[in-house]
Design a binder for this molecule. Sequence first.
Ligand code: NAP
Length: 482
Amino acid sequence: MTSPRIAIIGAGMSGILTAIKLSEAGYDNHVLYEKAARLGGTWRENTYPGIACDVPAHLYTYSFEPNADWSQAFATGAEIQAYFEGVASKYRVPERIRFNEGVDVCEFGDGRWHLRTSTGREDVADVVIAATGVLHNPRVAELPGLASFEGACFHSARWDHSVSLDDKRVGVIGTGSTAIQITSALAGKVANFELFQRTPQWIMPIENPTFSDSDKAGFRRDPSRLAAVKAEADAAFQNFSNAVIDADSNEIHEIEAACMMNLEKNVRDAALREKLRPGYRAGCKRLIFSTNFYEALQRPNTHLVTEGIERIEARGVRTRDGQLHELDVLVMATGFVADSFIRPAIVLGKNGKSLDEAWADRPVAYLSVSVPEFPNFFLLNGPNGPVGNFSLIQIAEHQVAYVLQLLDEIRSGRCRAISASHDATARFEAERVVAARQSIWATGCKSWYLDKDGVPASWPWSRERFFEAMARPALEAFERVP
Ligand code: NAP
């Protein structure tokens, strides 16, 4: 098959990357389906006040498109969105995108994938690459009475910018990365701000220095300076990502001590301090980087509410102590359904087997990329991949390079279809689960990392091991149809 037709689903960070890399490798017959009117994925959808990435900007950058212009160590969402739009345009990716067209059905039959899209279009592809992201289906807390609320209410990933906030009483439910950033941005700047906390968070006070114009000019003049900044961020991240896989590592204890000192030093009121003190290990939930969350919580007209929500009423949130917290705006920073991946699209593999059936227990894929009985179907940032504390761009780049090697098996005519074998997948998954139980994520907290059995759904080994696994596919782990 000299020129397989390839359908990429999703025009976010990994979809754009895939299109660029396919073109580079001479795969010219590819199309991207994007459900929205713009590319950008998570950075298009999340526009809440204070949004930034907690991976250093120079690391959250395609390796082949370094950016001398990042304004600060941790870039804002708008800046990242602009970066993706710029890179996509440079490589003429938008010409290949079918915007406002989601893929509803992918069905494998007669050796090819038959797609049906939200516009009713039917398409046929030899290969499907799901670049649909991890956290894209909002989880809205099913709180009693929610529909009766008379103010504005929206999920953090569906921010309603038509609602002015300055003179409003704003409530935010949740204390994940999103809620912490919203709090830092809004507390003290609206009429009244209430943060509804179910579980306190560990907060690591990592500074976010800005890059001056002369820094940026220096990066442009001398790319080795840019590479050095990236290498420094990379080394720090490598230590961190290796620390979290071992709950007993020195590094994780050091992180905990730094977070504890942050709490002790920066929260003046003893009662507030106790409410903010987590009762689980640092790093068990995704660690939060913030130098100003505690300061924000202590601003005027700002309150931390820990009593627990009983119900939502027309005028606000009623907590279990009977108090009504009157609000004009209620924000659900309650996270995402983390195990849907390409779903709700219907994906039917060999013999009509659906992805829902294959994943009836939980989502599983060989090395996170390939699912048995789903030939020529590949996932980027798929199930149980390294979502923990890595730069997802680095992960996606390695996965795309791996998938390209599998595609070469098809293009070269060595096979027509390829998917991981059941045996290899089962072996990989069994080993992964054992290791995942040793990680910091399994030390007794609730988080979106955990699957329904409480097992962390992430890569539980070192970053080096992931890079090695992605370097060259072990073809004996795959079933190939000649
Ligand atoms: P999240 O980490 O899943 O947090 C959801 C929050 O909502 C939790 O505090 C949870 O409380 C709370 N919650 C859920 N249902 C609730 C209910 N019924 N009543 C009260 N509270 C409820 O979601 P997120 O903050 O959107 O972050 C998700 C992930 O996105 C992050 O971990 C990170 O990977 C990524 N992200 C990154 C950044 C960044 O780069 N800085 C920013 C935003 C998001 P419990 O803890 O008690 O369950």
